[in-house]
Design a protein around this ligand. Structure first.
Ligand code: HEC
Length: 295
């Protein structure tokens, strides 16, 4: 009898363990509809909205865009960004300088507020046909990437400017959105104040095309290697190879996950030259990364 009880006990015990085990299987966080998107203002959390909260902010639309990561048209279900910002921050967001989007894969897009005032951005949360919310990123060696919880897209079909911008300002896996100023958030990225016009322009181009993935002096995105500290890439990569790397990385390293400078942008040679001028200037302005910005 007591054997019977103990057998039953073990049967039940093991069943419970099995069920719990299944529950604790690491499910991708972005598949849950109640994941909270964090909204910050200069480092302070001011709001946290679940995906179901977002549905109450503004009616979702179906938006057709030119999908730059795939070089074809796509239709997404999406919420208008300005309506979302009005609700999550306050109408004051338009007076901020910069919005930083932090993605689950370490990407950090830093986008001037003016771009959101002059173009229509949307947060996509699903494909229009309800297929899995992923994409084959041809800019990233055809890697299949998750897009959720939120994917920032632009109404770009009729905008030459947006089409020429490349994919930098289209972060996917967005989990946190922060109002800030560039100078307080990234104090060690700008070149010395007296730097030449070429270097200053190279810095703007670096902000636009590189810093979402890379850090300089520890500041920027955490998706790719630091480029300046303690040894700058201009010190250990031969100049002609650095140029080639920026313009066409897969001509150097097979299967690399770095995308080159967008093919769409005009004056690519000049752009590369200016970015390298900025990198050279920073190699003389090394600062030890203080905070651990990268995850
Ligand atoms: C979408 C993310 C992404 C962007 C944008 C990006 N990179 Fe990269 N970069 C990477 C990754 C990932 C690697 C590592 C690739 C590898 O080792 O194959 C890398 C590697 C590099 C390296 C080589 C570092 C080393 O020591 O091996 C340099 C130099 C570099 N990137 C410069 C740039 C510059 C300049 C830009 C802007 C024009 C840029 N990257 C934009 C992702 C990115």
């Amino acid at each position: 009898m007591s054997n019977q009880i103990s057998r039953n006990f073990w049967k039940i015990f093991l069943t419970v363990v099995a069920i719990c085990g299944n529950l604790y299987l690491p499910a991708p966080a972005f598949s849950q509809s109640d994941i909270g998107i964090e909204f910050k203002d200069k480092g302070q959390i001011v709001n946290s909205l679940s995906l179901s909260d977002l549905a109450t902010v503004a009616p979702a639309v179906s938006l057709k865009v030119f999908e730059i990561h795939e070089k074809k048209e796509r239709i997404y279900k999406a919420y208008p960004a300005r309506a979302l910002f009005d609700k999550a921050f306050s109408k004051q967001w338009g007076k901020a300088e910069e919005i930083v989007f932090i993605s689950m894969d370490g990407y950090q897009a830093s986008i001037p507020v003016t771009k959101f005032l002059s173009h229509d951005a949307y947060f996509a949360f699903a494909h229009d046909d309800n297929s899995p919310f992923t994409m084959t990123n041809i800019l990233q060696n055809n890697e299949v990437v998750q897009l959720g919880p939120l994917y920032l897209i632009w109404d770009n079909m009729k905008s030459k400017v947006l089409l020429e911008d490349g994919a930098s300002d289209m972060p996917y896996q967005v989990k946190s959105i922060e109002l800030t100023t560039f100078a307080t958030r990234f104090p060690n990225l700008p070149p010395p104040a007296k730097a030449s016009a070429e270097i200053q322009h190279g810095f703007l181009l670096f902000r636009k095309h590189c810093m979402a993935c890379h850090t300089i002096n520890g500041e920027g995105g955490g998706k790719a290697p630091e480029l300046n500290y303690p040894t700058s890439v201009v010190e250990y990569i031969k100049p002609e190879y650095l140029t080639r790397w920026i313009e066409n990385p897969s001509s150097i390293r097979h299967n690399t996950l770095m995308r080159g400078l967008p093919l769409e942008i005009p004056n690519r040679t000049k752009v590369t030259k200016e970015i390298i001028a900025y990198l050279k200037a920073m190699s003389k302005a090394k600062r030890s990364p203080k905070r651990q910005d990268i995850h």
